[in-house]
Write a protein that binds this ligand. Structure first.
Ligand SMILES: Nc1ncnc2c1ncn2[C@@H]1O[C@H](COP(=O)(O)OP(=O)(O)OP(=O)(O)O)[C@@H](O)[C@H]1O
Ligand SMILES: [Mg+2]
Length: 515
C-alpha cells in the first residue's frame, strides 16, 4: 500500500453564522483518487479551499500534513509551490485574453518582458493536445463555451507540477466525451503517483472513477469508505441522513394550448455567418408541458435558447410566435416583457450579481411586480423570498447575506428562484440542476412540476439524461444544430437517445422522428 500523501487533522472553520467545516479529519494515500460528496452547503468546497490555500493558515483550526510534514499555507501560490493545486468550482479565466495567454499566464516564454508569441502558441498547443482539447490557442476565452473553459482550467492546473490535484465539480459542465477525456487524464495522473481529490454531485462517475469516497454533511465528515463498499443508495443515505424515495415526482400533467411556436429557426455564428449554430429548428411548446432538450455539449441547445431570447437578432432567421402572435425580441432585456424567461447555464458570468444580497438577487427581475407607487414593498419582497428559501431549501444565514458567500449549488437555486419570480409564460431553463445536490434536485423537479401544472411552458435543456427522461413530457434531441428527434420519454431509452445525440439517427425500433 502506498504511503500517506496528505492528512487533514481536526479542521474547523467558522464564518459568520455558519460552522462551515466542523472537526474534519481525513487522510489520503499517494496516487489515490478520493471523491468528496455531500449536499449543497455541506462544506466540501470550503474544506478543499483550506487545503489549497484559499483560506490561509490562521483562518481555520487544525493541522495539514503533506508527506508527513506540517504545512501552514499562506496562500494559493504557496500551496501551488508545495504541489497542491485546485481547479475551483467557479472558473477563473481572463475573458479578454487568448487561450494560450490564459494557459501560460505564469510562465510566459520570452525575454526581458517581450513575449515570444510563436513559442507561446506552440507551448499552448502542446498543452491543448495533451488534454485532447480541440480549440485554437489564439481564440479568446470569451469566445468559448463553459465546457471548453473548464477544460482549459484543468489543463492549466496540470501544467504546474502537482502532487495533489483538487477538482471541484470539474464535470458539471462537461459532455460525456469530455468527461471521459478528463477521467483518462486522472487515471494517468494516478499511475504517476499524483493524488487526486475531487468533488462531484454525479454519483455514477464517483463510483466509476474513485478509489474511496468521503461523505460530508453539515460541515462534518460522516464517513470515508473504499468504493467497493459503496453504492449510489448508500452514498445518498449518508449524504442526507435518510433514504431518498421517489426521485422523480409522479407526473400527471395535461398540456394545454400552444404558447411558443418556433418555425424553421436558424442561428448563424455571429462571427462566421456561413456556419449555423442552430439549423432549421422547429418546435412547439404548450402551456403545462415540460419539453426536455438533450444533446452533447456544442449541439446548439444553449444557442437555441439564447437566440430565442434575442441575444443575436441580426444572426437569426425564422419565425417565432408567442400565443400565435409573431414576436421580434431585439435584446434579452426585452425577453421578459415578451413572456420569455431564461435561466442561464453559466451561473458566474450571466447568473448571480456577486455584490448583492440573496434577496436582491432573487427579486431583481420581478422588481416591477413588487412595487407600489414606485416604491418597493419590502414586506412583500421578504415574504416572497423567504418562501423561495423554504421551497428550494436554499441554505443561507439570512436573506441579506451576500450571495457570493453561498455554496455553489445554493447560488444556482437563487438564480432559479429569480426566474420563477419573474413569472413568465415560457421558461427556458439551461442546466437548472447543475451543481445541485441529489436531494435538492428532487425539490427542483417537484417545483418544475408545480410550475407546469400552473400553466407554465417549460423548455428544459439538460445534459443529465436520466433527468430529461424522468421529468419531461416530451423530449427533443439536438445534434450539430439540428433537432434530430422528438421522442416520448416513456417510449425511448438511454441507448436510443445517445444514438440520436451522437449519430443523428437510431438503429433501434420504434423510433419516431420529426422536427
Ligand atoms: N466565504 C464565506 N463566507 C461566509 N460563509 C461561507 C463562505 N464560504 C462558504 N460559506 C458557507 O459555508 C457553508 C459551506 O459551503 P461550501 O461552499 O463549502 O459548500 P459545498 O459543500 O461546496 O456546497 P455545493 O455543493 O453547493 O458547492 C455554506 O453554508 C456557505 O454558505
Ligand atoms: Mg461547492
Amino acid at each position: 500500500m502506498d504511503a500517506t500523501a496528505l492528512e487533514m487533522d481536526n479542521i474547523s472553520i467558522q464564518f459568520p453564522g455558519v460552522l462551515a467545516v466542523d472537526s474534519a479529519t481525513l487522510s489520503v494515500r499517494k496516487g489515490e483518487v478520493r471523491a468528496i460528496v455531500g449536499e449543497n452547503g455541506a462544506g466540501k468546497s470550503t474544506l478543499m479551499k483550506i487545503l489549497s490555500g484559499v483560506h490561509k493558515a490562521g483562518s481555520y483550526s487544525g493541522e495539514i500534513r503533506l508527506d508527513g510534514q506540517t504545512v501552514k499555507l499562506t496562500g494559493v501560490a504557496d500551496a501551488e509551490k508545495s504541489g497542491i493545486t485546485m481547479v475551483p468550482q467557479e472558473l477563473n479565466l481572463i475573458d479578454e485574453l487568448t487561450v494560450a495567454e490564459n494557459l501560460m499566464l505564469n510562465q510566459m516564454p520570452g525575454r526581458a518582458g517581450v513575449v515570444n508569441f510563436q513559442q507561446l502558441y506552440r507551448d499552448a498547443q502542446a498543452m491543448l493536445d495533451d488534454i485532447g482539447l480541440d480549440v485554437s490557442p489564439t481564440a479568446k476565452i470569451k469566445e468559448l463555451g463553459v465546457a471548453h473553459k473548464q477544460m482549459i482550467v484543468i489543463g492549466k492546473a496540470l501544467g504546474n507540477q502537482v502532487k495533489v490535484l483538487i477538482l471541484d465539480e470539474p464535470t458539471a459542465t462537461l459532455s460525456d466525451k469530455e468527461s471521459e477525456i478528463l477521467f483518462e487524464k486522472i487515471r494517468e495522473l494516478k499511475r504517476n503517483g499524483i493524488t487526486c481529490l475531487y468533488i462531484s454531485h454525479r454519483l455514477e462517475e464517483v463510483l466509476d472513477l474513485s478509489d474511496s469516497i468521503t461523505v460530508m454533511r453539515d460541515g462534518k465528515i460522516i464517513t470515508t469508505k473504499p468504493v467497493e463498499e459503496m453504492d449510489e443508495q448508500k452514498i445518498v443515505s449518508y449524504m442526507i441522513g435518510r433514504d431518498l424515495e421517489n426521485y422523480f415526482p409522479e407526473t400527471n400533467r395535461t398540456p394545454g394550448e400552444v404558447v411558443l411556436t418556433v418555425n424553421n429557426y436558424n442561428v448563424h455564428d455571429p462571427k462566421l455567418p456561413d456556419r449555423k449554430l442552430v439549423d432549421n429548428a422547429s418546435l412547439e411548446l404548450r402551456a403545462g408541458e415540460i419539453v426536455g432538450v438533450y444533446g452533447l455539449v456544442g449541439a446548439g441547445r444553449t444557442e437555441l435558447a439564447l437566440g430565442l431570447l434575442g441575444a443575436w437578432p441580426a444572426a437569426t432567421s425564422g419565425e417565432v410566435l408567442i400565443d400565435g402572435q409573431p414576436v421580434q425580441i431585439p435584446n434579452p432585456s426585452e425577453a421578459i416583457k415578451a413572456g420569455l424567461g431564461y435561466l442561464p447555464e453559466d451561473r458566474k458570468r450571466q447568473g448571480i450579481i456577486e455584490l448583492m444580497s440573496v434577496s436582491s438577487n432573487i427579486s431583481i427581475s420581478s422588481i416591477d411586480r413588487l412595487c407600489r407607487l414606485g416604491v418597493i414593498d419590502q414586506g412583500a419582497e421578504m415574504e416572497k423570498n423567504n418562501q423561495f428559501v423554504a421551497d428550494l431549501s436554499i441554505k443561507t444565514a439570512s436573506l441579506e447575506t451576500a450571495i457570493k458567500s453561498l455554496s455553489g449549488g445554493n447560488q444556482q437555486k437563487c438564480v432559479l428562484a429569480r426566474l420563477i419570480a419573474a413569472d413568465t409564460k415560457v421558461m427556458l431553463l439551461d442546466e437548472p440542476t447543475q451543481g445541485v445536490d441529489i436531494g435538492a434536485k428532487t425539490e427542483v423537479y417537484v417545483l418544475l412540476d408545480k410550475l407546469a401544472k400552473a400553466g407554465k411552458a417549460i423548455l428544459l435543456i439538460s445534459s443529465d439524461l436520466p433527468e430529461v427522461l424522468g421529468v419531461s413530457d416530451r423530449m427533443l434531441v439536438m445534434r450539430q444544430g439540428r433537432i434530430v428527434a422528438s421522442l416520448s420519454p416513456k417510449e425511448t431509452n438511454r441507448h436510443q437517445v445517445l444514438e440520436y445525440a451522437t449519430l443523428g439517427y437510431s438503429t433501434m425500433e420504434g423510433d419516431k422522428k420529426d422536427g
